[in-house]
Design a protein around this ligand. Structure first.
Ligand SMILES: Nc1ncnc2c1ncn2[C@@H]1O[C@H](COP(=O)(O)OP(=O)(O)OP(=O)(O)O)[C@@H](O)[C@H]1O
Length: 250
């Protein structure tokens, strides 16, 4: 579903990703862990072309992200073409980014109605199913300010799912939440994983990575230091940098 080959990304003179190679298989939960500033969020944002890579190749579902290849030359896609591809990729951010002037239900139907042209009645029916799925059917009429952070994040997940994505990207979805609200969001993500959704998850939740993750990558300084089965990496890390990081967070 995702393939990175030698992905480099710089901001000005600062190189943040220094040649990332990895593969995310369809249907797997792929966790990215690492210290602050190691480039995890940047890599996630490259996957849906919110950031442009400077070198290397990045593919989603077999197609180059943001570019078209003709011969050995790359041509950047137009904004409208990028937007079309981005529809298939759901993203959930650390800060929930709901539209504050819309109810939970309106937040969930917005993209299907405005972007996909789905009829309002049909979009509403589907949105109610999704709100039910994230345990918030009774909050459909609430505005974000009337919801807890955890509830807002669950609405954000329902909103992303409303576009029927083939890939979901999660950027530290629980790190802005009070500890008692984290569990409900992780339960929703666990349920989503069990339904077979392909998920790339930047997380500090090592318990989630261990229980739900199929693969885990430890990044540090813009490179992949260690990768493998989450249980193996978390219980028996091979590299000194992984050991040092895990000794601080576990
Ligand atoms: N738009 C930007 N302009 C300049 N530098 C940036 C930009 N975005 C990120 N960076 C820098 O890139 C580096 C990697 O940031 P990134 O957010 O990808 O790290 P991270 O591993 O996700 O960290 P965290 O766990 O703290 O979110 C950091 O040094 C950061 O300051």
């Amino acid at each position: 579903m995702v393939k990175a080959e030698g992905v480099h990304k710089s901001y000005g003179a600062v190189e943040v990703l220094k040649g990332i190679d990895l593969e995310v298989r369809t249907g797997e939960v792929f966790c990215l862990i690492g210290p602050s500033g190691s480039g995890k969020s940047t890599f996630l944002r490259c996957i849906n072309h919110l950031e442009k890579i400077n070198a290397g190749r990045l593919y989603v579902d077999g197609e180059l992200v943001g570019y078209r290849q003709k011969g050995d030359k790359l041509y950047e896609l137009k904004d409208s073409e990028v937007a079309l591809k981005r529809r298939d990729i759901g993203m959930v951010f650390q800060r929930f980014n709901l539209f504050p002037h819309m109810t939970a239900l309106e937040n969930v139907i917005e993209a299907p109605v405005q972007v996909r042209g789905v009829g309002r009645a049909q979009a509403k029916e589907r949105a109610m199913q999704l709100l039910e799925r994230v345990g918030l059917a009774d909050k459909a009429g609430n505005y974000p300010s009337q919801l807890s952070g955890g509830q807002q994040q669950r609405v954000a997940i329902a909103r992303a799912l409303a576009m029927d994505p083939k890939l979901m990207l999660f950027d530290e979805p629980t790190s802005a939440l009070d500890p008692e609200l984290v569990g409900d969001v992780l339960d929703v993500m666990r349920d989503l994983a069990e339904s077979g959704m392909t998920m790339v998850v930047v997380t500090h939740e090592m318990g989630f990575a261990r229980e739900v993750g199929d693969s885990l990558v430890f990044m540090d300084g813009g490179v992949v230091v260690e990768s493998g089965n989450p249980r193996d990496v978390l219980t028996d890390p091979q590299h000194e940098r992984t050991k040092a990081f895990l000794s601080k967070v576990l």
